[in-house]
Design a binder for this molecule. Structure first.
Ligand SMILES: [Zn+2]
Length: 461
């Protein structure tokens, strides 16, 4: 079999790897490239290979950098199966519809302001086509992808439905296995189960390396830190403004605040989810509660994890705007996660200059984003073209990261090596150059043979 690295090669977005075997072509993921607009735009419009050649897609999880170009494939005529876990298929449906809506409204906005801009990559109809192509699978069950190639998912513990993929190819009487980690989560993350490294013997492994060069604060430490931020901000009478990814992070925060409230560790402060996508994602979480981590006592004991007396969900822009006139402490959770768009931007315009408030950063903030400028505590930030003084407190919590850190990634690959006596090569994907080089050096010191493939590199297994 041959594997070609198309995206998330020496970078973190655009996850896509092509597996060719027995005359068939299968894509592992088909993610969106994100980052500087012109650069990402050009990469996103280049198909991984001609659509007519693609026989199937196997998806690791619903994040846009893994699934976000599927509607572009559908737009170009792709009409074969897309395999995913059930929860991934459910989440992908709402995320792709949201992505299509954002692209359409960005396009309208920029066109109205006379800016030359390419039409959207896809529209809501293309996103709906993807939904029709989805084939849902349980964790731990083999499924046939194309003749001579089958696959199996194990829980990646990264977001709801996330999976590592075992790809097994029988070709010319020889069976080979590739393990693709997808994005690896962390033990102890709220709600979702701990990562479960596949136990099938692998010949090669493709593993993500986003945080291959550093370790995170512990999840327990993050909960303590969150409690402290809420207590201190509430005592000042301020608001806690949290730019958060709508899928996963928003639900985890509500869950954590629920636990802290029940324990009396924080005062009773209203919690507002001001994001239509987060509201929809919360519904998907509730539909897939069978996947929650039953080793966490609150999961077993609390019937309504995300809906309790302090929580409210805004239904429209009018309700969102009305929050500006409410007085007293409150927590506002809104997208987007890097404050590049979405309703959080409006809350920052109103709240960033008030020293009683706290802006709480809970996720990775890429360069050139508003979130990053807040993390850097710049004295003023530019929002909607207007300068706003940044006088609110800024707190950064990295313990809720959905990605394994260096130690956790090493432990994941260590588990795979123990069950893979014929493991020949480890390929690092989904990481920036600096993180990959550091992680490759660590793995080599531990006796692995490691490569960091460049886009377009092909290997035979
Ligand atoms: Zn992910």
């Amino acid at each position: 079999m041959e594997i070609e690295f198309v995206g998330a090669a020496r970078e973190v977005t655009g996850s896509c790897h092509i597996v060719r075997a027995n005359g068939k072509t299968v894509l592992l993921d088909c993610g969106l490239f994100q980052g500087k607009r012109a650069d990402a735009e050009a990469k996103n419009r280049r198909l991984p290979c001609p659509v007519s050649e693609i026989d199937a897609v196997v998806l690791s999880h619903a994040h846009l950098d893994h699934a976000g170009r599927l509607p572009f494939l559908a737009h170009a005529g792709y009409s074969r199966e897309i395999h995913a876990t059930k929860a991934t298929a459910d989440l992908t449906a709402i995320m792709l519809a949201d992505s299509a809506r954002i692209q359409e409204s960005d396009f309208e906005h920029l066109t109205r302001h006379g800016r030359p801009v390419e039409p959207p990559l896809y529209d809501i109809k293309d996103a709906a086509r993807v939904e029709d192509l989805m084939r849902r699978h349980q964790y731990g069950e083999w499924f046939d992808v194309v003749p001579g190639l089958r696959a199996k998912y194990t829980d990646a513990g990264h977001i709801l439905g996330s999976a590592a993929v075992v790809v097994e190819v029988a070709e010319n009487g020889v069976t080979k296995r590739v393990i693709f980690s997808g994005d690896v989560g962390r033990p102890g993350l709220p709600i979702i189960r701990d990562p479960e490294p596949p136990t099938e013997p692998a010949d090669v492994v493709l593993i993500e390396s986003t945080y291959g060069d550093r370790d995170h604060e512990s999840v327990a430490g993050a909960r303590e830190h969150l409690a402290k931020v809420v207590r201190e901000t509430a005592s000042r009478g301020g608001r806690i403004l949290i730019p958060a990814f709508a899928v996963g992070r928003a639900q985890e925060l509500v869950y954590e605040l629920h636990i802290l409230t029940r324990a009396g560790s924080i005062p009773k402060v209203p919690i507002v989810i001001d994001s239509p996508l987060a509201t929809a994602a919360t519904g998907v979480f509730e539909m897939n509660a069978d996947l929650f981590d039953q080793t966490e006592a609150p999961i077993r004991e609390i019937e309504k994890l995300f809906r309790f007396d302090l929580v409210s969900f805004t239904n429209n822009v009018t309700e969102s705007k009305a929050l500006n006139t409410r007085v007293g402490p409150m927590v506002i959770i809104a997208g987007s996660g890097m404050a590049e768009g979405g309703r959080i931007v409006h809350h920052l315009v109103h709240g960033a200059a008030d020293p009683r408030n706290t802006i709480l950063i809970v996720g990775f903030q890429a360069e050139h984003t508003l979130g990053r400028r807040i993390v850097e505590r710049q004295p003023t930030i530019k929002v909607f073209g207007q300068e706003v003084e940044l006088r609110a407190q800024v707190e950064v919590l990295n313990g809720y990261s959905a990605h394994a850190d260096r130690t956790e990634l090493a432990s994941w690959i260590g588990a795979v090596r123990r069950t893979s006596p014929a493991l020949k090569q480890v390929y690092l994907v989904h990481g920036e150059v600096k993180a990959q080089d550091a992680f490759a050096a660590k793995l080599r010191a531990d006796g692995y043979s490691v490569t960091c493939p460049e886009p377009g590199n092909k290997i035979s297994v």
